[in-house]
Design a protein around this ligand. Structure first.
Ligand SMILES: Cc1cc2nc3c(=O)[nH]c(=O)nc-3n(C[C@H](O)[C@H](O)[C@H](O)COP(=O)(O)O)c2cc1C
Length: 189
């Protein structure tokens, strides 16, 4: 229990440019995804799924991101295109958490989408507990239908996050945290 609390108190996101191999793979990656799938899920709808980007296939995905970026920004410099291309090649493993929330008679879309967020966060915490680090990011291409189509998303599916995973190459200092008094109130007090 203490280990869990100290992990949660100290955990920091590590940006992809500071993530190197090794990342979780094989049975460990399978275990990580199975843990991430153990989140609260009203109605047991499983309103999310995973797409794993690893190895050479990351280059293929990165080329799609670069091509669409160039299409959308014809004035962009080669450096800018190269920067966009790198987004999906820094971390050794990237897991796209895809929200497949759909209208339901009883369970609101909002609750299904929150469950996808819980998947991302659980994955990040479990990866840290396995000794890795990571970041939950979206970036512009999470909202670009042309990119998403290439990544295999259906028209009614969305990206909850790309969880970039690997081994940290640099220590990350903490960031400002909310002042608790600003965000906590007691009902009736
Ligand atoms: C849904 C979601 C999407 C995010 N997308 C980005 C992003 O595209 N780029 C970015 O710099 N941070 C993004 N963040 C923020 C980072 O994940 C993270 O909150 C930040 O780097 C500090 O995290 P930490 O408090 O875990 O260290 C996103 C966070 C969430 C919850």
């Amino acid at each position: 229990m203490t280990d869990t609390l100290s992990l949660l108190k100290q955990r920091r996101s590590v940006p992809p440019q500071f993530l190197a191999a090794p990342g979780p793979e094989g049975a460990q990656l399978d275990e990580l995804l199975a843990i991430a799938a153990r989140v609260p899920d009203h109605g047991k709808l499983v309103p999310w799924r995973f797409i794993v980007f690893k190895g050479e296939a990351r280059e293929q995905a990165a080329a799609v991101v670069a091509r669409v970026f160039r299409e959308r920004n014809p004035q962009a410099s080669e450096d800018q295109v190269a920067f966009e291309r790198k987004r999906l090649t820094h971390a050794p493993v990237i897991v796209a958490v895809v929200s497949r929330a759909r209208e339901h008679v009883k369970i609101p879309l909002w609750e299904q989408e929150l469950s996808a967020g819980a998947v991302c966060m659980t994955m990040l915490i479990a990866a840290c507990a396995m000794g890795y680090a990571g970041s939950w990011l979206t970036n512009w291409f999470s909202f670009d239908r042309e990119v998403l189509r290439d990544f295999g998303l259906a028209e009614d599916e969305r990206i909850a996050g790309f969880v970039h995973l690997g081994t940290p190459t640099a220590p990350i200092s903490d960031r400002d945290r909310p002042v608790m008094a600003d965000i906590v109130s007691t009902y009736g007090a």
